[in-house]
Design a protein around this ligand. Sequence first.
Ligand code: SF4
Length: 218
Amino acid sequence: MAKDMLGKGAISQRDGKTFAVAPHISGGIIDVAGLRKIVDIAEKYNAQALKLTSAQRIAIVGIKPEDLDNLWDDLQMKPAHAAGLCVRSVKICPGTTFCKKGQQDSVGIGLKLDEKNYGKELPSKLKIGVSGCLNSCSEHIIKDIGIVGTSKGWNITVGGSAGLKPRLGVTLNENLSDEEALDTVDRIIEYYKRHSKKKRLGEFIDEIGFEKFKAEIQ
Ligand code: SF4
Protein backbone atom coordinates (compact mmCIF):
# COMPACT_ATOMS: atom_id res chain seq x y z
CA MET A 1 0.00 0.00 0.00
CA ALA A 2 1.46 3.36 -1.03
CA LYS A 3 1.82 5.98 1.71
CA ASP A 4 0.37 9.48 1.57
CA MET A 5 2.78 12.06 0.15
CA LEU A 6 1.64 15.16 2.00
CA GLY A 7 4.46 17.26 0.53
CA LYS A 8 2.84 16.69 -2.84
CA GLY A 9 -0.69 16.98 -1.48
CA ALA A 10 -1.26 13.36 -2.48
CA ILE A 11 -3.45 10.92 -0.56
CA SER A 12 -3.02 7.22 -1.36
CA GLN A 13 -6.08 5.42 -2.63
CA ARG A 14 -7.66 2.08 -1.89
CA ASP A 15 -6.07 0.46 -4.94
CA GLY A 16 -2.67 0.92 -3.22
CA LYS A 17 -1.16 2.39 -6.40
CA THR A 18 -2.72 5.75 -7.21
CA PHE A 19 -3.31 9.03 -5.41
CA ALA A 20 -5.95 11.71 -5.03
CA VAL A 21 -4.94 15.35 -5.08
CA ALA A 22 -7.02 18.44 -4.46
CA PRO A 23 -6.04 22.02 -5.25
CA HIS A 24 -7.04 24.63 -2.68
CA ILE A 25 -10.16 26.49 -3.83
CA SER A 26 -11.01 29.26 -1.34
CA GLY A 27 -14.62 28.85 -0.25
CA GLY A 28 -15.22 26.34 -3.04
CA ILE A 29 -15.74 29.27 -5.41
CA ILE A 30 -14.09 28.98 -8.82
CA ASP A 31 -14.72 30.65 -12.18
CA VAL A 32 -15.59 28.71 -15.33
CA ALA A 33 -12.08 28.93 -16.82
CA GLY A 34 -10.54 27.66 -13.56
CA LEU A 35 -12.90 24.71 -13.44
CA ARG A 36 -12.24 23.90 -17.10
CA LYS A 37 -8.51 23.91 -16.42
CA ILE A 38 -8.89 21.38 -13.60
CA VAL A 39 -11.04 19.16 -15.83
CA ASP A 40 -8.56 19.37 -18.72
CA ILE A 41 -5.61 18.49 -16.47
CA ALA A 42 -7.53 15.63 -14.86
CA GLU A 43 -8.19 14.29 -18.35
CA LYS A 44 -4.54 14.74 -19.40
CA TYR A 45 -3.37 12.55 -16.51
CA ASN A 46 -6.13 9.95 -16.94
CA ALA A 47 -7.87 10.63 -13.63
CA GLN A 48 -10.42 7.98 -12.69
CA ALA A 49 -12.85 10.57 -11.32
CA LEU A 50 -13.38 14.07 -9.99
CA LYS A 51 -14.89 14.03 -6.49
CA LEU A 52 -16.59 17.06 -4.93
CA THR A 53 -15.65 16.87 -1.25
CA SER A 54 -17.46 17.97 1.90
CA ALA A 55 -14.72 20.60 2.41
CA GLN A 56 -15.69 22.27 -0.89
CA ARG A 57 -12.73 20.85 -2.79
CA ILE A 58 -12.47 19.11 -6.13
CA ALA A 59 -10.39 15.97 -5.62
CA ILE A 60 -8.68 14.56 -8.71
CA VAL A 61 -8.73 10.84 -8.07
CA GLY A 62 -6.61 8.02 -9.48
CA ILE A 63 -3.35 9.81 -10.38
CA LYS A 64 -0.16 7.79 -10.87
CA PRO A 65 2.74 8.75 -8.56
CA GLU A 66 5.04 9.52 -11.50
CA ASP A 67 2.57 12.14 -12.77
CA LEU A 68 2.18 14.11 -9.52
CA ASP A 69 4.93 16.70 -10.11
CA ASN A 70 3.87 17.45 -13.68
CA LEU A 71 0.21 17.67 -12.65
CA TRP A 72 0.97 20.32 -10.03
CA ASP A 73 3.20 22.19 -12.51
CA ASP A 74 0.28 22.27 -14.93
CA LEU A 75 -2.27 23.27 -12.30
CA GLN A 76 -0.23 26.15 -10.86
CA MET A 77 -2.42 25.96 -7.73
CA LYS A 78 -1.55 25.22 -4.11
CA PRO A 79 -2.45 21.80 -2.69
CA ALA A 80 -5.30 21.75 -0.18
CA HIS A 81 -4.51 20.76 3.41
CA ALA A 82 -6.61 17.60 3.45
CA ALA A 83 -4.53 16.14 6.32
CA GLY A 84 -2.19 17.37 9.05
CA LEU A 85 -2.40 19.47 12.23
CA CYS A 86 -3.50 22.82 10.84
CA VAL A 87 -6.50 24.88 9.74
CA ARG A 88 -7.89 22.30 7.34
CA SER A 89 -10.87 24.06 5.82
CA VAL A 90 -12.99 27.20 5.86
CA LYS A 91 -16.39 26.11 4.58
CA ILE A 92 -18.43 29.02 3.25
CA CYS A 93 -22.07 29.19 2.18
CA PRO A 94 -23.14 31.62 -0.60
CA GLY A 95 -24.55 34.18 1.89
CA THR A 96 -25.65 37.61 0.66
CA THR A 97 -23.38 37.28 -2.40
CA PHE A 98 -25.64 34.72 -4.09
CA CYS A 99 -28.37 33.45 -1.74
CA LYS A 100 -31.69 35.25 -1.35
CA LYS A 101 -31.99 34.06 2.26
CA GLY A 102 -28.60 35.40 3.30
CA GLN A 103 -28.52 37.82 6.22
CA GLN A 104 -24.76 38.39 6.38
CA ASP A 105 -21.87 38.30 3.89
CA SER A 106 -20.48 34.84 4.57
CA VAL A 107 -18.41 34.88 1.37
CA GLY A 108 -16.73 38.16 2.25
CA ILE A 109 -15.83 37.24 5.81
CA GLY A 110 -15.15 33.60 4.93
CA LEU A 111 -12.60 34.47 2.23
CA LYS A 112 -10.83 36.80 4.66
CA LEU A 113 -10.67 33.98 7.22
CA ASP A 114 -9.39 31.59 4.56
CA GLU A 115 -6.67 33.99 3.41
CA LYS A 116 -5.54 34.64 6.96
CA ASN A 117 -5.74 31.19 8.49
CA TYR A 118 -5.83 28.41 5.91
CA GLY A 119 -3.02 25.91 6.54
CA LYS A 120 -1.87 27.63 9.76
CA GLU A 121 -0.13 25.04 11.97
CA LEU A 122 -1.97 24.28 15.21
CA PRO A 123 -1.96 21.69 18.04
CA SER A 124 -4.62 19.67 16.17
CA LYS A 125 -6.74 19.96 13.07
CA LEU A 126 -9.21 22.81 13.06
CA LYS A 127 -12.18 23.44 10.80
CA ILE A 128 -14.13 26.65 10.34
CA GLY A 129 -17.66 27.01 8.94
CA VAL A 130 -19.38 30.26 7.95
CA SER A 131 -23.15 30.36 7.33
CA GLY A 132 -24.97 33.46 6.11
CA CYS A 133 -28.17 32.66 8.05
CA LEU A 134 -29.58 30.22 10.58
CA ASN A 135 -30.34 27.65 7.88
CA SER A 136 -26.69 26.74 8.53
CA CYS A 137 -25.75 25.37 5.13
CA SER A 138 -22.03 25.35 5.98
CA GLU A 139 -22.79 23.17 9.04
CA HIS A 140 -20.90 25.64 11.23
CA ILE A 141 -22.33 24.04 14.39
CA ILE A 142 -20.15 20.94 13.88
CA LYS A 143 -16.99 22.94 13.16
CA ASP A 144 -14.29 23.81 15.69
CA ILE A 145 -15.15 27.45 15.02
CA GLY A 146 -18.60 28.25 13.64
CA ILE A 147 -19.82 31.65 12.45
CA VAL A 148 -23.47 32.25 11.59
CA GLY A 149 -25.21 35.40 10.38
CA THR A 150 -28.49 36.78 11.76
CA SER A 151 -30.26 40.09 11.15
CA LYS A 152 -28.25 41.48 14.10
CA GLY A 153 -24.76 40.36 13.06
CA TRP A 154 -22.59 37.31 13.59
CA ASN A 155 -22.82 34.62 16.29
CA ILE A 156 -19.75 32.50 17.02
CA THR A 157 -19.75 28.91 18.26
CA VAL A 158 -16.74 26.92 19.42
CA GLY A 159 -15.90 23.28 19.97
CA GLY A 160 -18.08 21.58 17.37
CA SER A 161 -16.89 18.47 15.55
CA ALA A 162 -18.10 15.66 13.30
CA GLY A 163 -16.28 12.35 12.94
CA LEU A 164 -15.20 10.00 15.71
CA LYS A 165 -16.34 12.22 18.59
CA PRO A 166 -19.27 14.22 17.24
CA ARG A 167 -20.38 17.27 19.22
CA LEU A 168 -22.18 20.57 18.69
CA GLY A 169 -20.47 23.91 19.12
CA VAL A 170 -21.37 26.17 22.07
CA THR A 171 -22.22 29.85 21.54
CA LEU A 172 -19.34 32.13 22.54
CA ASN A 173 -20.56 35.50 21.20
CA GLU A 174 -23.64 37.00 19.57
CA ASN A 175 -24.45 40.01 17.39
CA LEU A 176 -20.90 40.82 16.32
CA SER A 177 -19.89 43.11 13.46
CA ASP A 178 -17.59 41.79 10.69
CA GLU A 179 -14.55 43.31 12.37
CA GLU A 180 -15.51 41.96 15.79
CA ALA A 181 -16.09 38.47 14.39
CA LEU A 182 -12.74 38.43 12.56
CA ASP A 183 -10.98 39.71 15.66
CA THR A 184 -12.65 37.07 17.85
CA VAL A 185 -11.58 34.26 15.52
CA ASP A 186 -8.00 35.61 15.60
CA ARG A 187 -8.02 35.53 19.39
CA ILE A 188 -9.52 32.02 19.55
CA ILE A 189 -6.85 30.65 17.21
CA GLU A 190 -3.97 32.43 18.94
CA TYR A 191 -5.10 31.33 22.41
CA TYR A 192 -5.64 27.75 21.24
CA LYS A 193 -2.25 27.68 19.53
CA ARG A 194 -0.45 28.93 22.64
CA HIS A 195 -2.18 26.80 25.28
CA SER A 196 -3.48 23.53 23.84
CA LYS A 197 -1.40 20.37 23.63
CA LYS A 198 -2.61 18.21 20.75
CA LYS A 199 -6.30 18.38 21.71
CA ARG A 200 -9.07 19.45 19.35
CA LEU A 201 -10.53 22.82 20.30
CA GLY A 202 -13.66 21.35 21.94
CA GLU A 203 -11.64 18.96 24.11
CA PHE A 204 -9.26 21.78 25.04
CA ILE A 205 -12.24 23.94 26.13
CA ASP A 206 -13.61 21.02 28.19
CA GLU A 207 -10.23 20.72 29.86
CA ILE A 208 -9.90 24.35 30.96
CA GLY A 209 -13.65 25.05 31.32
CA PHE A 210 -15.88 27.06 28.98
CA GLU A 211 -16.21 30.08 31.30
CA LYS A 212 -12.43 30.41 31.65
CA PHE A 213 -12.00 30.04 27.89
CA LYS A 214 -14.66 32.68 27.24
CA ALA A 215 -13.08 35.09 29.72
CA GLU A 216 -9.64 34.62 28.14
CA ILE A 217 -10.97 35.30 24.65
CA GLN A 218 -12.99 38.44 25.51
S1 SF4 B 1 -27.02 29.30 5.30
FE1 SF4 B 1 -28.57 30.76 4.67
S2 SF4 B 1 -27.45 32.23 3.40
FE2 SF4 B 1 -26.20 30.42 3.52
S3 SF4 B 1 -26.77 29.22 1.70
FE3 SF4 B 1 -27.99 28.49 3.43
S4 SF4 B 1 -29.90 29.60 3.26
FE4 SF4 B 1 -28.39 30.72 2.04
